[in-house]
Design a protein around this ligand. Sequence first.
Ligand SMILES: [Zn+2]
Length: 162
Amino acid sequence: MSEASAFIGLLQSINSAQNILSSLLGLRVSAEVSGKIAEANKHLIEMSERLMAAQAENAALITRIRQLEEVAVQAKRSESALEDYEMKQVGQGAFVYAVKEGHNICEPPHWLCPDCFSNGHKSILQHDILFSIKSECYLCPRCKTGVQAEKGRTPGINDQTP
Ligand SMILES: [Zn+2]
């Protein structure tokens, strides 16, 4: 039985009890019994309200659990996507993350931003229009970190040399 059908079943039971109490009021009963029936009915109404509040809270918790499960799945995907990379020095004292030697990830050659990598994000460095005689300039579109690689050094072909 699902949570929702359990709640519905409880509400139906409370409703049935209220109907029985109402039918008792149709009989000739003393004022004292009538008072007790009204009191029991009041408790059943409170029970219904608390049950509906619990149902709303339960639904919110289920939604939150689903959101957290999705976050966990995304984090796992990101983590596994980063497992194909390793840190490489690209000259000028600059570091990037490049695809590990022997790994084929079916993507064009690229480097990842070291700052974003350490925060669990796969952010591909973009060749910057900034010109330098001594270096190749790359920029992270996510965090704007700039990387100056050795002149002529580009992702893919020559990023396996230390
Ligand atoms: Zn970055």
